[in-house]
Structure formats: structure tokens, C-alpha cells
Design a protein around this ligand. Structure first.
Ligand code: NI
Length: 170
């Protein structure tokens, strides 16, 4: 496995629409493994292939809504589509491609996603809260959408500071 470089907001690659994955080959597996390592190193909860410069429809989402005592786990989604959503949430959101900035984005409270795994097998997965937000955020990346373009507003420096203090208490 190898770390990949995460592109930042000003890179035009992030505004391009990604192509469907048709080959579930070792090259795809290498990409997913590298993305997992890159995401872990960056301490993030999601990563989309275009963020590492690959214009293919593949994302990783960390499922953090797990029972007490269990570890969060990564979900690999190839060619993901939101097939059901409900509710609404307006929470601060960030992105590894927009370091240090957070904004309020409207997202569904619940989503059901249909995708393929790394072997091409179709599956469905649901998410709520942060996970629902993360599915929506990462799938947006595949259509060239970065959260800052659909933000209701960015957080102020004071709000950021308060968030950091909350994090420090975790
Ligand atoms: Ni992002």
C-alpha cells in the first residue's frame, strides 16, 4: 500500500465528473487500499477517488455509528447511488481537500445507498447522522461537487474554536 497525495480545493480535478468503474481488477484494489491508508493517515471519515486524482466512481466511508466497544469500519463503495433518503440535518461539515474550513451543509438525516464492492457485487447499505452526511458528501465528489459550493455558510473563527474545544474533551 502507499499513501496518495490529497488534492486541495483549487485543483480543477475536483470539479470534474467521474467515470463509472467497469473493471474490478487489481488496479482498482490497489487504489482502494491506497485510499484506505491515505484516509487513516489523514484521520478522516471519508475519501473519494477524485481527491487522490483518479476520476473514477469509488469512495470510502468510515461507519462510526457502531456499538460501544466496537471499532468504526470502512465501507468501500464503487459506483454508489443514493436510492432513498429522508429527513434533514444541518451540521458543520469539513473535507480533507479543504483543510481547516468547516461549513453548515443541508444533508438528509438518513440515506440508503446502492453500490458495488471491489469485486463488482451489488449491495445496499444505510446510514444515519454523520454516516448519512458522509455518504452524501463523498458521492457529491464523484459529480465534481465540493461541499463549499453548497454550504449555507462557513463557520466563523469563534465557532471553529468552540468545536476544537469540544473535540479536545473527547
Ligand atoms: Ni470531501
Amino acid at each position: 500500500m502507499a499513501l496518495r497525495n490529497i488534492l486541495t480545493e483549487e485543483d480543477p480535478t475536483l470539479t470534474r465528473k467521474c467515470r463509472v468503474v467497469t473493471d474490478f481488477n487489481p488496479r482498482l484494489h490497489q487504489l482502494l487500499d491506497d485510499m484506505a491508508e491515505t484516509l487513516e493517515q489523514a484521520d478522516g471519515v471519508g475519501l473519494a477517488a477524485p481527491q487522490v486524482g483518479v476520476l473514477r466512481r469509488a469512495v470510502l466511508v468510515l461507519e462510526t455509528n457502531v456499538p460501544e466497544g466496537s471499532e468504526p469500519y470502512l465501507i468501500e463503495l464503487i459506483n454508489p447511488e443514493i436510492i432513498e433518503s429522508s429527513g434533514e440535518q444541518h451540521e458543520p461539515e469539513g473535507c480533507l481537500s479543504v483543510p481547516g474550513q468547516y461549513g453548515i451543509v443541508s444533508r438528509p438525516a438518513f440515506v440508503k445507498v446502492k453500490a458495488q464492492n471491489r469485486f463488482g457485487e451489488v449491495f445496499e447499505v444505510t446510514g444515519t447522522g454523520l454516516t448519512a452526511r458522509c455518504f452524501a458528501h463523498e458521492i457529491d465528489h464523484l459529480d465534481g461537487i465540493v461541499f463549499t459550493s453548497k454550504c449555507e455558510r462557513m463557520l466563523t473563527e469563534e465557532e471553529l474554536q468552540a468545536t476544537r474545544e469540544l473535540d479536545a474533551e473527547d
